[in-house]
Ligand binder design. Structure first.
Ligand code: ZN
Length: 339
């Protein structure tokens, strides 16, 4: 009987199970009522009295070891099961924080989306430009103050090369190589020789739109402006146009919208006028069409342009322009859910 117990002990030590079914089969084989150990227990009464003590101890040892071994194997399966249960194995092992879009990018994309729905396509051009595309092709007189060193970054060795002061330079680049109909939107960074403060920066961002075709009128422009204002600031938004002057448009206007903070009632943000200025616009000056090779007797068009920082301020009340370029993650994090 001792020999039989020894053999079963060896078997128990070597037990292996690769799944729950195999483990259950082992349990039945060793520990069930009809299992090997119970059979030995049943034979115990036939063991001679002088051997009973030793056989009894060995038998108990076998029973404990078999139970322990099966518990250990069972635990392994349970741990494996737990480790897979409800887990997404495609997830990264480490938590990765998603970045946020910059508020200026959010607003730029929103403006582009609105104009894209009207059939405008995006046009881009160089930030380092020549005098022709930034000024001359856009009807700036030789002595226009914008050409002054005070306003524009020139490159000393090459006075003809400037950092563009507006994205209108992209309009002239498109016009000189494209015959109408032209329907473009030009987003981009521009540069002015300004002292940096909370309300001015040496670089900022613009979006301009240009539409040239036969019979384009100021009415078309006004409809697009109204639609843009409502899409951007809400369906209740009202607009008003004030006469203005730009070298490249005639007539020119500046557009105000009803203050989106007080709804037009008057508040500190709109200086209690109920209106805030958001963009400049007008009909493309025939001189600009001529300078860029478009027949001004056949075609007419409108242009409009706005500062992205300005629109972002209106939407999110960012009081200090410098925050846009400081990359302070606490500021950027506030726009996490914006788009
Ligand atoms: Zn207001």
């Amino acid at each position: 009987m001792i020999a039989k117990i020894e053999q079963l002990l060896k078997e128990v030590e070597a037990l292996k199970a690769s799944n729950a079914e195999e483990l259950e089969a082992l349990r039945i084989k060793f520990l069930s009522k009809k299992g090997a150990i119970n059979d030995l227990m049943a034979d115990f009464r036939n063991v001679p009295a002088e051997l009973k003590k030793e056989v009894g101890m060995r038998l108990n040892e076998l029973k404990d070891k078999a139970q322990d071994k099966i518990n250990v194997l069972k635990e392994q399966f349970e741990n494996q099961d737990n480790s897979c249960d409800g887990l997404d194995l495609t997830r990264s092992a480490y938590p990765i924080k998603l970045g946020t879009r910059h508020p200026l990018t959010i607003v730029k994309n929103e403006v582009i989306d609105i104009f894209a729905r009207l059939g405008f396509s995006i046009a881009e051009g160089p930030e380092i430009e020549d005098d022709w595309h930034v000024f001359s092709a856009l009807n700036f007189a030789e002595d226009h103050p914008a050409r002054d060193m005070q306003d524009t970054f020139f490159i000393e060795a090459q006075p003809d090369v400037v950092l563009r002061t507006h994205t209108s330079s992209v309009q002239s680049r498109v016009m000189e190589v494209t015959q109408p109909p032209i329907r473009i939107i030009c987003p981009g960074r521009v540069y002015r020789n300004e002292a940096i403060s909370y309300r001015a920066h040496c670089f900022f961002h613009q979006v301009e739109a240009l539409y040239i075709d036969k019979d384009v009128s100021f009415t078309d422009l006004k409809q697009v402006l109204l639609l843009f204002a409502k899409e951007m600031f809400g369906a209740d938004t009202k607009i008003r146009l004030r006469p203005s002057y730009f070298p490249f448009t005639e007539p020119s206007a500046e557009m105000d919208i009803s203050c989106n903070i007080c709804g037009g009632k008057g508040c500190p943000f709109c200086k209690h006028t109920g209106w805030v200025e958001i963009l400049g616009c007008g009909m493309v000056d025939p001189n600009v069409l001529k300078a860029n090779g478009i027949d001004s007797k056949v075609y007419s068009g409108y242009a409009l342009g706005m500062g992205i920082e300005r629109i972002t301020n209106l939407k999110y009340q960012v009081k200090d322009l410098r925050m846009f370029s400081e990359n302070d993650t606490r500021f950027l994090k506030e726009f996490e859910a914006a788009y």
